[in-house]
Structures are given as structure tokens and as C-alpha cells.
Design a protein around this ligand. Structure first.
Ligand code: GDP
Ligand code: IMO
Ligand code: MG
Length: 420
């Protein structure tokens, strides 16, 4: 398997975790390069469900896993995840010294900022992601190399704590939930525990790629949550697009053989922001229930809508997909018809891309093509077993996007997969 990047092509929760687990079987190493524990990646193997927020999903395949500098790491969450693995899997994990650490004030500020925004809230996961990346940009973040060094950690907390305490009090009217001493004690212990995982991920991944090893990059979030190219400001604070692997890991720009766009057979989104093909009716609720569309991280109901080819075509421009994996096709099974949005009508003009301005996007009305519904039999594992109508649905999407769907997923389990 050549080096591969797995990228969410919509608004996240496309099924990246499942695909990383699947492709992880042939990978030498698995690498996370963006986002933090705002991600929730579910993997189902032999009926057993695993939920990861930080740990790369390649862990179940027994692969060595890496967390690159571009990740925002909450050590409390990572600790919980390792505990939940219950020693069933050997934790072969390295973390880059430059990785930014999510501190308790980031969590508190994330929530406080959302409350202060009122109706204009983003609908964040409340995991401190935005404030942590903001501190990276303003050069006041704490990095993993500092977390694992008591002296450096102490100095950093001494410097930052009073600033954050004042910010919380004066702008948001809140007391800091923990004292400086409590924070140092807890995070110093976490740093001591995780020190064994420190390794320069940039060096290791570069070396692996230079040697032609099979490196699998696990994207978190989805293209339209990108801090620049997503539906700003209703986005996350990192870059979930393929280009971010180079800056998020620290490797030279080079051709990547396989850029897999993970595409749900319909569309979902968690949190606020525009969603042209959203179904706010009973059908939307039916799909939400059947697809178990409730957030892995926060449990919030995901908003649901028809497949939006304009969105995924734009994702293709932003990522350069070499193939897509079409997930959750089984969820549409049994519907009378399925609609696919093939263009937007925007103030009298028809467009086939997501406009840069949110105001323009809000005015866009989807143009639909209606396709016949289809049934998917349980236990389907080959393309030939699919009904003509189901194949037509897949072929229609492939044609609209101009990208082959080399993998079609028809259930959460590793084996519920059609590899063509
Ligand atoms: P990720 O964030 O992209 O990794 O996706 P999530 O794990 O948050 O959400 C995808 C959900 O759909 C998970 O609960 C998966 O177990 C489940 N899933 C993945 N592929 C399929 C599929 O083809 N069919 C069905 N029914 N469920 C799937
Ligand atoms: P995975 O990797 C779906 C959304 C949040 C919110 C916005 C900003 O599981 O696909 P943040 O906490 O990042 O500041 O929230 O981004 N969001 C996700 N939605 N899947 C995710 O990750 C997400 N990560 C962030 O709901 O709208
Ligand atoms: Mg998810």
C-alpha cells in the first residue's frame, strides 16, 4: 500500500475511523496530524465498538501510532483512552515534542466564549480546541516537550495562569475552576506518565516516507470545518484538508499516492452553520435514527440532509482525492427515493462550487436529481450483490464527482465493506 491520507469530505463523522482501521491492516504506521479530541472516531470489529478521540484508529490493527505537531492534545483524554483500551492492545504511541497541550483554562474559555456569543454560537464541542490553537498562534501555548519537563511546565503555568484567570474573570465573569497548584500537580503527573511517548514525529515519518514505507495519515473533522476553506466562522480551528499533513507532521511536500475522501452517502453536520441540503422533517429524523447520527464526542443529534455533490466536488478541489470511500449506503436502504444535489441556485445563477462567502451560501438553493430508492441486503460484501438501483446511486455520485468509489461501506463493522 502506498502512503495514504484519509480525509473527511463533508462536515466530519463520515466514517474515517472505520476506514483507517480497514486500511490500517496494510499500513506500517498510522499518523494523526490535525485536530484534537473534538474528533470522535468509531471502529467496530467483531461486534466490539471502540471510540477514539486522540488515539489513531490504527491501534486496533496493532500498528505503531503517531501524534504529530499539528494536533491539540488533551492529556486527560488520552489517559482515559488508554485506560479504556484495557491493556487489550499494546499502546505503541509516539507524540511530537511540539504538540500543543489543551489545558483546563482552554476548556473553560471554549465554553465561556460560546455562552457569550449567544445566538451566534458556533456549537463547538467544548473541548478547548479553539482557545488552544489560538494560544499556539499567539505563541502562549504549552507544548508536549514542556508538559513532560516539571521545571518548564511550572514556569509556563506560573506565566500563563494569572493571565487566563484575569481573562475569565474580567471578560466572562467566571472564576478559574482550578487553582494553579492543582493544575500543576495534575499536569505534572500526566507529563511524567507520558514522557515515554516523546519522539520527534517529523523525523520518524520523514524517514518512513523516504524509505517507501506505507504511512497512513488519519484526518480528523471534515473539509468544510477547515479554518480557512470551511463554512467560516462555523468551523474548527485546524486544517482537516490533505495539505495539512505536511505542516501538521513536518514533512516535505511530495506527491501522496492515495488521497481517500471519506464521503457519507448522505450529509450530516453537528453544530451551527449553513447546510443547504438539510432535511428538517420526518425523513431527516428517520435517517438520523437509522444512521445512529448522534455525535461520538458530545452525543448531540447530528443534522441530516441529502447527498450534496456540490459540497464534495468542492472538497475534491481542496484535497485532490484520488478515490472516495462511500460510507453508510445501507442507511438509505428502504427509502422510496433518494435525492442528490447537483448544483446550487444562487440569486438566479447556477453554480457547482461552495461559495467563499457565507452570506452567498445561505442564499443557495439546492438543485436536486431524484433517483429511485434501493434495498441493501444484510451481509452484502461484493459489488455484484448490490441491486441495480443501489449501483446506479453509487455510479451517479461517481459520475457527478468524477472520482471512483473504490470502497463502499454498508455497515459499521470492519467486514461490512465492499472493496472493488
Ligand atoms: P468519523 O468521525 O469520520 O470517524 O465518523 P464517526 O465514527 O464519528 O461516525 C460514523 C458512525 O457511523 C460510526 O458510528 C460508525 O461506526 C458508523 N459507520 C461507519 N460506516 C458505516 C456504514 O457503512 N454503515 C453504517 N450503518 N454505519 C457506519
Ligand atoms: P470527526 O473527526 C463533526 C465541529 C463542532 C462545531 C465545530 C467547531 O469526528 O469527524 P470545535 O470543538 O472543533 O471548536 O467545534 O466543528 N466538529 C466536528 N463535527 N465531527 C468532528 O470530528 C468534529 N470536530 C469538530 O461540532 O460545529
Ligand atoms: Mg466523528
Amino acid at each position: 500500500m502506498p502512503s495514504t491520507v484519509v480525509i473527511g469530505a463533508q462536515w466530519g463523522d463520515e466514517g474515517k475511523g472505520k476506514v483507517v482501521d480497514l486500511l490500517g491492516g496494510n499500513a506500517d504506521i498510522v499518523v494523526r496530524f490535525n485536530g484534537g479530541n473534538n474528533a470522535g472516531h468509531t471502529v467496530v470489529v467483531k461486534g466490539q465498538k471502540y471510540k477514539f478521540h486522540l488515539m489513531p484508529s490504527g491501534i486496533i490493527q496493532g500498528k505503531k501510532c503517531y501524534i504529530g505537531a499539528g494536533v491539540a492534545l488533551d492529556p486527560r483524554v488520552l489517559k482515559q483512552e488508554i485506560i479504556q483500551l484495557g491493556g487489550k492492545f499494546e499502546v505503541k504511541l509516539s507524540i511530537d515534542p511540539r504538540t500543543q497541550i489543551i489545558m483546563p483554562w482552554h476548556n473553560q474559555l471554549d465554553k465561556a466564549k460560546e455562552v457569550a456569543k449567544g445566538d451566534a454560537k458556533i456549537g463547538t464541542t467544548g473541548r478547548g480546541i479553539g482557545p488552544c490553537y489560538a494560544d499556539r498562534a499567539t505563541r502562549t501555548g504549552i507544548r508536549f516537550e514542556e508538559l513532560v519537563n516539571s521545571e518548564k511546565l511550572g514556569k509556563k503555568i506560573d506565566l500563563i495562569y494569572p493571565q487566563k484567570k484575569r481573562l475569565l474573570k474580567e471578560i466572562y465573569g467566571q472564576e478559574m475552576a482550578m487553582s494553579k497548584e492543582e493544575i500543576f500537580k495534575e499536569y505534572n503527573a500526566l507529563g511524567t506518565e507520558f514522557a515515554k511517548h516523546l519522539e520527534d514525529v517529523s523525523i520518524v515519518v520523514s524517514k518512513n516516507m523516504n524509505e517507501g514505507k506505507n504511512v497512513l495519515f488519519e484526518g480528523a473533522q471534515g473539509t468544510f470545518l477547515d479554518n480557512d476553506f470551511g463554512t467560516y466562522p462555523y468551523v474548527t480551528s485546524s486544517h482537516p484538508t490533505a495539505g495539512a499533513i505536511f505542516t501538521g507532521v513536518g514533512i516535505g511536500v511530495r506527491p501522496i499516492e492515495r488521497i481517500v475522501g471519506i464521503v457519507k452517502a448522505y450529509t450530516t453536520r453537528v453544530g451551527e452553520g449553513p447546510f443547504p441540503t438539510e432535511l428538517e422533517d420526518d425523513l431527516g429524523e428517520q435517517i438520523r435514527q437509522k444512521g445512529a447520527e448522534f455525535g461520538t464526542t458530545t452525543g448531540r443529534p447530528r443534522r441530516v440532509g441529502w447527498f450534496d455533490a456540490v459540497l464534495v466536488k468542492t472538497a475534491h478541489r481542496l484535497n485532490g482525492f484520488t478515490e472516495i470511500t462511500l460510507t453508510k449506503l445501507d442507511v438509505l436502504s428502504g427509502l422510496e427515493k433518494a435525492k442528490v444535489c447537483t448544483g446550487y441556485e444562487c440569486e438566479g445563477k447556477t453554480i457547482d462550487f461552495v461559495p467563499s462567502s457565507l452570506d452567498d451560501l445561505k442564499k443557495c438553493k439546492p438543485i436536486y436529481t431524484e433517483l429511485p430508492g434501493f434495498e441493501i441486503k444484510e451481509g452484502t460484501t461484493s459489488y455484484d450483490e448490490l441491486s441495480k438501483e443501489a449501483k446506479d446511486y453509487v455510479a451517479f455520485i461517481e459520475k457527478e464527482l468524477g472520482i471512483p468509489a473504490k470502497i463502499v461501506s454498508v455497515g459499521p463493522g470492519r467486514e461490512e465493506t465492499i472493496v472493488r
